[in-house]
Design a protein around this ligand. Structure first.
Ligand code: C2E
Ligand code: CA
Ligand code: CA
Length: 739
């Protein structure tokens, strides 16, 4: 190097050193030979050497000998090519202790761009490094611990977990060992999962990265097959996809699920499909008729007759057994492909597929009733039952061979509810026509249903009217005299209701009372009847004051229990089952009675046997309370119901009315059977101290027979038809039947 140039270089280095003297970082300036030329106080603080110690020496003194020359070479190399070297350097202080610096080395160049030295700027990061490595150690330790914990967790997890890698199981936990039916991991590890589970284990590529959940069958080592749910979670393992697999035994869940599904769609008692399932099948059948015009089907809507009576009298257990027995009988009456369902209660429904013609359908209905007619034996009971069947055919062009003259009518059905409704209407028709039979839905039934609907609207209006003003009524009360068969005197009246319809004219109770019962309108209607009849009774009682001679029929009987029943004049009022059991009949009676000078034993309620049998304990309770109010109680239509002779003695009643069906047969039945029945009824009633009223006496012979059988009262066209109040009053004044 030339002297003038050398002087210049030195100046240059000194200038640089001057600049960096006050820098906090440690600055080391070396000349081109690599010897330390300048060294600031920052460097002394970091490395522990004073300027005097260090000047003229090389920076290698600051490093371990084994790395020193290599490091120097690296740095020189780098600054020559890249103009700068930056890195962390492990150094040794003067006192031998170690430290770390973050160092940047750049060249010092002269005006000719020749490198004349280097400048190294060092920041002491020893403390920072120490903290960092401590932190890293802690973190690593924590990670290790957490991994251990995780492993333990997985090992002992109740959930079966396995890892599949390259088509082989490489890990399974204890729960999985148990699930596979193995004793140790070794029995499973190394095998392919598809050996145990039969699934499409071919998902590749993109799909493999997704979590997959599927239900499969797992074959245990002992061959047992269970239902499992598998969750596959893909993960990366050495660059290849491994799959973590969670396997859950869902056999129990599946069983419960299947049971719930079954219960949702089946009737638990009979095991038959229920309404939900049936409606579903019906919808299917209906849509098939729309797609295939040749496909036809029929519905048979069955309702058991008098099931309630059997259920209430023999108990629910027998009732249930009977339903099961009937479901089996029904099943045997149809083809396997036909659908039989229980809609609820005593209602069943059948969907007959591909009926050839209407004869085929009615034959099935006939067969059902023939099979049901056979006695069913349950425990010691021999039960006879019939069903009313309503039939509806899916197709409007259905050939109605059997009813060709009938105004055949099958509308096009759009929905299953309509079909079901029409089948039900036809069933009610079958019930109304005498039970134990079938009816095919047709135009006539359709029109009847419609007129019933309009009648219901009119009835509702008529009932509203009497509620608003009891004197403004479309209903009329007729009174039929009850005659003492020994004196010929009128001893009372039965109240019979008529409806003066503004358009249709007079409607008899047989037509509107059932409708009133069905719609609940019967209760307000009968409250009005009770009030009106009672009002009429008070008028007649005035009329009769002093005039009324007591019926002296005691001579007919010698029973000590017997009280002369005609102490008072009777107003006998029919009471529907709804009014009797569902409304507050007692309260009504209370409301009516105290208002006037009511004479006890004048008001009589006629109730039918069925009301009592339907709920005997409730009926007895109500009857007792009524009796306490001095209301007379009579069993109407006696003998037609479910032989209630045995109940008679427990009931607080006053009289029985022998049904017209017996009375009318008295003079025509040559077998003497009717006579026997009537005799039995009278004797029984007589022994219980009850009064007997015979209904529907039309001929003298009937009356004579009844007198001979010691029946004390009678009613019928022979004496008088039911009359309006004015005519009844006239009759009351003058009437005495010539006996
Ligand atoms: P029911 O209680 O058995 O009434 C007797 C029915 O037989 C009455 O028919 C009566 O007119 C009729 N009858 C009376 N004597 C003879 C006779 O000699 N020969 C013939 N063939 N028939 C006779 P009606 O008035 O048509 O009443 C029919 C049914 O309607 C009654 O039968 C009763 O069950 C019911 N009913 C009438 N009014 C009421 C009422 O206010 N409430 C309730 N719940 N039902 C009523
Ligand atoms: Ca009656
Ligand atoms: Ca009757």
């Amino acid at each position: 190097m030339m002297p003038n140039k050398e002087g210049k270089t030195e100046k240059l280095l000194q200038k640089e050193a001057l600049i960096f003297e006050y820098l906090y970082d440690g600055v080391i300036i070396t000349d081109i030979q690599g010897n330390i030329f300048a060294w600031n106080s920052g460097a002394s603080r970091i490395f522990g050497y004073s300027q005097i110690d260090i000047l003229g020496k090389t920076p290698a003194i600051l490093h371990k000998p084994e790395i020193a020359s290599k490091l120097t070479k690296q740095i020189i190399q780098k600054i020559k090519t890249h103009g700068r070297w930056t890195g962390e350097i492990n150094f040794i202080r003067k006192d031998g202790s170690e430290g770390v610096s973050e160092t940047t080395v750049t060249p010092i160049k002269n005006e000719y761009h020749q490198m004349v030295g280097t400048i190294g700027i060092n920041r002491d990061i020893t403390e920072q490094k120490r903290v960092q490595s401590l932190e890293r150690y802690r973190m690593e330790k924590a990670l290790q611990e957490s991994e251990d914990r995780y492993q333990r967790l997985i090992d002992s997890s109740p959930e079966a977990i396995a890892v599949n890698y390259m088509e082989k199981l490489i890990y399974i936990n204890c729960a999985a060992i148990r699930l596979f039916g193995a004793n140790s991991q070794e029995e499973i590890i190394g095998h392919s999962l598809s050996q145990f589970i039969d699934f499409n284990y071919t998902a590749r590529g993109k799909k493999q990265l997704q979590r997959v959940q599927q239900q499969e069958k797992l074959i245990k080592l002992n061959g047992e097959v269970i239902d499992v749910e598998i969750v596959k979670i893909p993960s990366n393992y050495n660059g290849k996809t491994a799959t973590q697999i969670i396997i859950r035994d869902v056999t129990e869940c599946k069983k419960i699920e299947a049971k719930l599904i079954y219960e949702k769609f089946h009737d638990m008692l009979t095991g038959l499909p229920n309404r939900i399932l049936f409606l579903d099948r019906l919808k299917l059948a209906l849509s098939r008729t729309q797609e295939h015009p040749n496909y036809q089907f029929a519905l048979l809507f069955l309702d058991l007759d008098r099931f309630k009576v059997i259920n209430d009298s023999l108990g629910y257990t027998i009732g249930d057994q009977l339903l099961v027995a009937i479901s089996k009988i029904l099943r045997n009456c149809i083809r396997a492909s036909d659908i039989l369902a229980r809609l609820g209660g005593d209602e069943f429904i059948i969907l007959l597929e591909y009926p050839t013609d209407i004869d085929y359908i009615t034959t099935v209905a006939t067969r059902i009733n023939r099979e049901l007619a056979k006695p069913i034996y349950l425990k010691e009971h021999e039960i006879f039952i019939t069903a009313s069947i309503g039939i509806v055919v899916s197709h409007r062009n259905f050939t109605m061979h059997a009813h060709e003259n009938d105004s055949s009518f099958s509308p096009i059905y759009n929905n299953s509810e309509e079909l079901l409704r029409d089948a039900e209407i036809a069933m009610y028709r079958a019930k109304a026509l005498g039970k134990g039979r079938y009816e095919v839905f047709n135009l006539t039934i359709h029109n009847q249903a419609i007129s019933l609907l309009s009648m219901e609207i009119d009835l509702r209006r008529a009932v509203e009217m009497i509620k608003e003003n009891p004197l403004n009524s479309q209903f009329i009360l007729n009174y039929q005299p009850i005659v003492c068969l020994s004196t010929g005197n009128i001893v009372g009246f039965e109240v019979l209701t008529r409806w003066q319809h503004p358009i249709q004219g007079l409607i008899l109770p047989g037509k509107f009372i059932p409708l009133a019962e069905e719609t609940g309108l019967i209760v307000p209607l009968e409250i009005w009847i009770l009030q009106t009849a009672y009002y009429q009774l008070t008028i007649w009682q005035q009329e009769l004051k002093g005039k009324y001679t007591e019926c002296n029929d005691k001579f007919l009987y010698s029973s000590p229990n017997f009280r002369c029943p005609t102490d008072n004049f009777i107003m006998s009022i029919n009471c529907s089952s709804q009014h009797f059991s569902q409304s507050n009949l007692l309260e009504e009676v209370n409301n009516i009675l105290p208002q006037t000078n009511y004479q006890p034993n004048s008001l009589q309620l006629e109730i039918t046997e069925n009301i009592i049998i339907e709920n005997i304990s409730l009926a007895t309770k109500i009857l007792k309370k009524l009796k306490n109010k001095k209301i007379r109680l009579s069993i109407d239509d006696f003998g037609t119901g479910y032989s209630s002779l045995s109940y008679l003695q427990q009931l607080p009643i006053n009289s029985v009315k022998i049904d017209r069906s017996f009375v009318s047969k008295l003079d025509s039945d040559t077998s003497g059977k009717t006579l026997k029945i009537v005799n039995t009824i009278i004797t029984l009633a007589y022994n219980l101290g009850l009064e007997i009223i015979a209904e529907g006496i039309e001929t003298k012979t009937q009356m004579q027979q009844l007198k001979r059988l010691k029946c004390n009262k009678g009613q019928g066209y022979l004496f008088s038809k039911p009359l309006e109040s004015n005519d009844a009053t006239k009759l009351l004044r003058n009437f005495k039947y010539p006996l």
